[in-house]
Write a protein that binds this ligand. Sequence first.
Ligand SMILES: *[C@@H]1O[C@H](CO)[C@@H](O)[C@H](O)[C@H]1NC(C)=O
Ligand SMILES: *[C@@H]1O[C@H](CO)[C@@H](O)[C@H](O)[C@H]1NC(C)=O
Ligand SMILES: *[C@@H]1O[C@H](CO)[C@@H](O)[C@H](O)[C@H]1NC(C)=O
Ligand SMILES: *[C@@H]1O[C@H](CO)[C@@H](O)[C@H](O)[C@H]1NC(C)=O
Length: 356
Amino acid sequence: MEKKTAFGLHRLCVVLILILSAFPYSKGSWTWLGITALGIPEKMGCANLPLTNKQKDLCKRKPYLLPSIKEGARLGIHECQSQFKNERWNCSTTSERSVFGYELTSGTKESAFIYAVTAAGLVHAVTRSCSAGNMTECSCDTSLQGGGSPSEGWHWGGCSDHIQYGMGFSRKFIDNAVKNISIKGGDALLTMNQHNSEAGRQAIGKMMSTDCRCHGVSGSCAVKTCWKTMSSFERVGRFLKDRYENSIQVLDRSKKKVRRKEKDHRRIAVSKEELIFVNKSPNYCLEDKKLGIAGTRGRECNRTSTGPGGCNLLCCGQGYNTHVVRHVERCECKFVWCCYVRCRRCESITDVHTCK
Ligand SMILES: *[C@@H]1O[C@H](CO)[C@@H](O)[C@H](O)[C@H]1NC(C)=O
Ligand SMILES: *[C@@H]1O[C@H](CO)[C@@H](O)[C@H](O)[C@H]1NC(C)=O
Ligand SMILES: *[C@@H]1O[C@H](CO)[C@@H](O)[C@H](O)[C@H]1NC(C)=O
Ligand SMILES: *[C@@H]1O[C@H](CO)[C@@H](O)[C@H](O)[C@H]1NC(C)=O
């Protein structure tokens, strides 16, 4: 019992410390992500959340968007960790200072991915809420209604996702809210971060697809109703991961047009769908407490893989330890008439490899 109380208190303290410590660092749009990382209690109002002043104002004016803001942050963080689970940098969140620590102001391509995926997460969550009819300010896309191609046997119907409202809100909430706020490193980082947030939002639009449903005598599909729908956020995440892998290094200059760093390619414009970065990434191999880099020591790796997640790459050539792990699980379950399930206990022994 005592233990439980202590644990509860500890949690509460951590939450409070996080909220308080979010303020001195409210130098970027990312403070809003604290909302998920903290598991904010439902009752907590806009005023107490780790938001910038502009974001708090927006939150107070539109409190009904708070669940979507939380959901957007959750989507973004979850997708980042899922896309990077086998990489040296695994998108782990810290419980100190800011949610992503060093990465938020580093100007690296990892930082680019975080900005893109979280801005996209907000668009996705808000749009879903619009389509669900939860919002008075937005709903399904009605501009398509009545259109279609009768000769080809289909027409627009149902609820098409209308991403404009979500895009606008994501811009207001993430970009405008921090325009005024200086980031260490100056305007170049601000430009980079906003570019990448926008690239994330554009990805939602780019990945829209059309779904149809057939009508007609027993599946004859004489008439089809079609609607536009956002991709699952997992697909958006994969798309952005690809953009991350092909991200472009740009010149570190303030208040000027984004220009590629590579001399021979300076004239090629950078499209707004591309992810950009100004600083080369560290290798993420060794722990660096100051920068909040965890290093890969102790990470579980795959001995037989030569790709990401393989011991060689993940452990940076430092080798790995092998532990024997015993699993006990229920297996060979049978349904016994009537009505229960009987299982055996199976033991299996596997080797687990972790980086040195
Ligand atoms: C990332 O790796 C660190 C070890 O370097 C580990 O402690 C952490 O749990 C991992 N995070 C995720 C989200 O997998
Ligand atoms: C819509 O609102 C209902 C009731 O508040 C909630 O349960 C549901 O999760 C919301 N849906 C979305 C997509 O926001
Ligand atoms: C933006 O900067 C102006 C002038 O420095 C200041 O008056 C205003 O309060 C700032 N806005 C925010 C949201 O910080
Ligand atoms: C390890 O990598 C191999 C080769 O890429 C793959 O077939 C196997 O499924 C991986 N094992 C685990 C546990 O992920």
